[in-house]
Design a protein around this ligand. Structure first.
Ligand code: PEP
Ligand code: MN
Length: 340
């Protein structure tokens, strides 16, 4: 349920509404829009129903609206219909600019990360990514450099100033990622690990939440709701391809998810054209399309020597190809009134 306060309401009107809600044992989330203030109400449905009429009669209240979707805090209506912005250090995701997150699939060595970080920064990337804990299909594949990998990423941040994104798959890894990185990635395979989602909510760092390969859009939004319900509003959604019957790409990039998500939620949406396609030649065309579809950012894997990579070699770009991609997506962004 949301309580929309009219343009003329006073601070006292608002305080009275908040008190009425809290006394009933419900929680409030206030969003200041350009024209109106929205007070989101979460908690027991029956209590909300009982409160509906009395809230509607209070001074300053324009209307009270039931939110029918099961996700509330991520709901666009809860945010006065406006896009939210997630800050990762000095980088804002979800503003007018398209933010490109780039770096290797796996952290492999200090040299590999340092050279990649400098190259992607020179090409215009604003955040550095790298996996220190890798969710591999086979237990015999390279599993990541763990804490050393995170230290390597932190050194690259010292060197370039680029904030760092890294994945955590459990609570122990989460503690380490929070210690060294600036944003926590919850990977596709863990999108419905509800304990981890709650832990990430409590950890407080901004979260990059990737859509599960078989998850619906509603399930993705409910996963984000888990994080937000623990008091962490800084969630960025990532479309990274879903499992379909089509074998010519690794997954099928669901580009319609971008406008659909942005219509349903206020959260920023980024697109990963690498894990979805699985082939580096498809990365630039899908990155261009993602920006044209309204994505707030891109997640791109870059490796100095993709054919030597310890994971995801076929889908990683060389720094040269990444530089070319950046020029192309910049042109697309300009065409729709945005910039990279
Ligand atoms: C990744 O981004 O490193 C990754 C493993 O992606 P996903 O969880 O989308 O497969
Ligand atoms: Mn990868």
């Amino acid at each position: 349920m949301i309580v929309v306060m009219g343009p003329q309401h006073t601070p006292a009107d608002r305080a009275a509404v908040v008190r009425e809600i809290e006394v009933a044992g419900l929680r409030v989330h206030i969003s200041e829009g350009v024209e109106r203030t929205v007070i989101g109400v979460v908690g027991d449905s029956h209590t909300k129903e009982l409160l509906h009429e009395s809230l509607e009669a209070m001074p300053g209240v324009e209307r009270v609206v039931r939110i029918l979707q099961p996700y509330k805090l991520v709901n666009r209506e809860f945010h006065a219909g406006q896009d939210s912005t997630v800050r990762v250090r000095d980088v804002a995701i979800g503003g007018g600019r398209v933010v490109v997150i780039a770096g290797p699939c796996s952290v492999e060595s200090p040299q590999q990360v340092a050279s990649t970080a400098r190259a992607v920064q020179a090409a215009g990337a604003r955040l550095l990514r790298g996996g220190a804990f890798k969710p591999r299909t086979s237990p015999y594949s390279f599993q990541g450099l763990e804490e050393w990998g995170l230290q390597i990423l932190a050194e690259a941040r010292e060197d370039t100033g680029l904030p760092v994104v890294a994945e955590a798959m459990d609570a122990r890894q989460l503690e380490l990622v929070v210690k060294y990185a600036d944003m926590v990635q919850i990977g596709a395979r863990n999108m419905q690990n509800y304990t981890l989602l709650r832990d990430a909510g409590r950890a407080g760092h901004p979260v990059l939440l990737k859509r599960g390969p078989s998850a619906t859009i509603e399930e993705l939004l409910l996963a984000a709701e888990y994080i937000m319900s623990e008091g962490n509003p800084n969630v960025v959604l990532c479309e990274r391809g879903i499992r379909t019957f089509e074998p010519s790409t690794r997954f099928t990039l669901d580009l319609a998810a971008v406008p659909v998500l942005k219509g349903l939620s206020h959260l920023p949406v980024v697109v990963d054209p690498c894990h979805s396609s699985g082939k580096w030649k498809l990365v630039a065309p899908m990155a261009r399309a993602a920006v044209a579809a309204g994505a707030d950012g891109l997640l791109v894997e870059v490796h100095p020597e993709p054919d030597q990579a310890l994971s995801d070699g076929p889908q990683q770009l060389t720094p040269q190809h990444f530089t070319a991609l950046m020029a192309e997506v910049s042109a697309v962004a300009l065409a729709i009134g945005r910039r990279v």
